[in-house]
Design a protein around this ligand. Structure first.
Ligand code: B1M
Length: 209
């Protein structure tokens, strides 16, 4: 009906009770990734901008993030049920770098990679360089994906890349996160930059051709 709140308002106001229904409704007409790109990310961007300007405060930022997580649970189970059959196209280690607890973007990348038949070894957030290197070697992966969202943590991304290259490990490195762009990714010696989850899948397909 007309007085139904849109998902942007729901995310903005942190209405966890209403977001499930609203997401289910959108899934009736939109593709999961379009919901993420056209509704959820713009809403979070706006939340971030308001937070930066001091119009809202950390508790509200947290409420919005939790609301988004609830929405993703719905999207994730929807994608799983429609996903391709398990085909083993290769393993990928994923991590958000040390000092950084933003993992919403990484988790989207994970869901999509799994949907396209890749096996993801998810190390989580705030992950030490040594832990990442150990996982690359243990699982013998050809691709590692690193995520960073803050100007203060891309530094750790750069350090992790340097450590992997210095050890001469035969593994390509893909990076992503709102704070990055292609030039910056080049500058810190990443092999690939993924603007979003779709590009992450294309890169994985290229590496595991
Ligand atoms: Co934080 N935060 N936050 N935050 N937060 C930002 C990043 C910020 C830009 C907001 C702002 O001020 N405008 C700002 C950083 C400023 C800077 O760079 N210096 C900021 C800050 C300051 C902070 C805290 C320090 C706040 C505080 O405590 N005072 C704190 C940080 C704590 C820490 O990490 N040590 C903090 C905390 C939080 C919450 C916990 C409340 C929550 C995160 C919840 C969670 O992730 N579990 C949060 C949120 C939600 C945000 C914003 C609003 C949204 C981030 C997000 O999830 N976007 C963010 C502002 C913004 O980004 N506009 C902000 C949606 C997500 C889908 O996009 O992650 O870019 P993104 O992922 C995309 C692509 O980038 C790409 O694909 C994804 C899908 O398309 N991608 C990859 C991402 N990773 C990839 C990896 C790949 C490939 C592609 O390969 C491996």
């Amino acid at each position: 009906s007309l007085d139904e709140k849109d998902i942007k308002t729901i995310i903005f106001d942190g209405l966890k009770g209403e977001v499930v229904k609203s997401t289910e409704k959108l899934l009736e007409t939109l593709e999961p990734l379009d919901i993420i790109d056209c509704h959820i990310i713009p809403a979070l961007d706006e939340v971030g901008e308001k937070y930066e300007r001091g119009d809202i405060f950390l508790p509200q930022l947290i409420q919005s993030a939790e609301t988004v997580k609830k929405s993703f649970e719905v999207i994730k189970s929807h994608m799983k049920s429609k996903g391709e059959e398990k085909i083993d196209r290769g393993k990928i280690v994923l991590a958000t770098v040390k000092g950084d607890i933003h993992d919403i973007g990484k988790n989207i990348v994970k869901i999509l990679l799994e949907n396209y038949g890749f096996e993801v070894i998810d190390l989580g957030k705030d992950v030490l360089t040594e832990t990442i290197i150990d996982a690359i070697l243990k699982h013998d992966v050809k691709l590692v994906g690193l995520s960073a969202l803050m100007t203060t943590t891309v530094v750790n991304m750069e350090k992790t890349i340097k450590a992997i290259k210095d050890k001469g490990i035969d593994c390509e490195i893909m990076v992503g996160g709102a704070v990055l762009n292609k030039n910056y990714a080049n500058m810190i010696n990443a092999d690939y930059y993924a603007k979003d989850a779709r590009e992450a899948v294309k890169i994985a397909e290229k590496v595991y051709l």
